[in-house]
Ligand binder design. Sequence first.
Ligand code: GAL
Length: 423
Amino acid sequence: MKKLFCVAILWTALLSALGPTRVANAAQNKQLEVFSWWTSGGEAMALESLFQAYKNKYPGVEVLNAAVTGGGGSAARPVLQTRLAAGDPPDVWQVHPGHELFGQYVQGDYCVPVTVLYRSEGWDRVVPQGLIDRVSKGSEIYAVIAGVHRGNVLWYNKKVLEKYKIEVGDTLSFEQFFSAAQKLKAAGVVPLAMGDAGLWATAQLFENTLLGVLGPKGWQELFGGQRMFDDPRVKEAARLYGRMLDYQNADHSALSWDQAVRRVIHGKAAFTAMGDWAYSELVKAGLKESHNFGWVSFPGTEGTFLVVADGFTLAKDAPNIAEAVAWLEMVGSKEAQEAFNALKGSIPVRTDVDKGKLDIYQQWSMASFQHDALLASCVHGEAAPATFQRELNDAISMFVADRNVERFTGALVQAAGASGLLK
Ligand code: GAL
C-alpha cells in the first residue's frame, strides 16, 4: 500500500514536471546532480557541452557534476550502488542498456520509467525502435540514450605506419595485424598501446578478439547461453588475445585507457584497440582524422557493430525531479545530440539529426550502425550480468599473467553458470 502511494506521488511529480510549469520550476536556486564516469579530457569536454546547453536553458539551476574517475565506470558503479542503497541518489545517472540498467537499477527499484517523455518529446518517432527496445521492459522505457559508441575499433597513427611502410585497408585480419605488429616491434616501436589500470580495457581487447573469432552468430549464441565458454572457438580467441598481449607496451597496467591513446597521439605507439570514445581524445589533441590518424574495424569484426550505448536514467526519489526531467529532455533534443556526440565520438540516436554536421568518423560509424549486425557489449554492461563481468575481469587478470587457456575458459564457464547467463 505504502509502495503504491509512493509511486502515485512520484508519477504526480513526474507528470507535473512535464507540464507547462516545469521551466518555472527549474528556475531559481535549484540544483541538479548528474552522475557519470566522464572525466577523461574528451569525455569531460563532451559532458561540459551538455552542462552548457542545460545552463543556457536553465541559468538558475546549479549543476553538480558527480562524475567519478575511472574509464568504463568500474570505479563509478560501486559508488553509485552505495549511494542508492543508502537512499542518497543523484538525480540522473549514466547507464548502459541491458543487464546493467535492468539488473542493477530497475530490479532494485532505484529508477522510474521515462516512457512519457518519449511520447511528449516525440522521440518514439525519431529514435529507432531497436534502440528503444534496449532500454525497455514491458511497455516502459527506462533511459534516454545520449549516444551510441562502437566498441570494436582499432585506431592507428598514420605517420607511424607510413614511416614503416605499413598499409591498412578497409579491413584488417588478425594475421595482417600480427605481421604489422612484428615489423613495428622489430623496429623498436610499441605496436599496441594498452592502458589497463582499469581491467576493463584489456577485457575489452579480449571481447573484441572473441567477437572477431566468433562472428555475430557465435556471439549471440555465447551470450544467449547456447554456446559454452570452453567452446574451441573461445579457446582460439583466448590464444589470439594472448598473441595480441605480446605486442602491448610493458607499462600497460600503469596507464589508463586515455593515457594509452595518448601514446598513439604522440607517435610512441602505432595502434590502440578502444571503443570510439578514443576519438574524442584524438580530436581534442588536435589530430586530423584521415590525415594524422586512421581507424579500421578491430580484426575479424568488420560487418558488426559492438554497441556501447550511453543513457541517463531518472532516480526514483530524485531530489530535484523537475530539473532532472528537464535534463533528460535536453539530452534527447536534436541540438544536444548533435553537439554532444560530435565531441564524444559516439553517434546520435535520433534519425533526424543533420548528418552534414557529422565528421568523417561519425559518418563511417553511422553507416556501420545502419548496415552491420548490432551486438551488445559484455564489458560495457549490456550482454551479461555484473557478476559475470567481475568474474571475467578476474579471469582476465589471471590470464594476462599465466596465459593458461584451459584455466581461463574454465573460469568463464563457471562464471557463466553462477551468474545465470546460461539460463
Ligand atoms: C564506457 C562508456 C563510454 C566511455 C567509456 C570509457 O563504458 O559507455 O561513454 O566513457 O566507458 O570511460
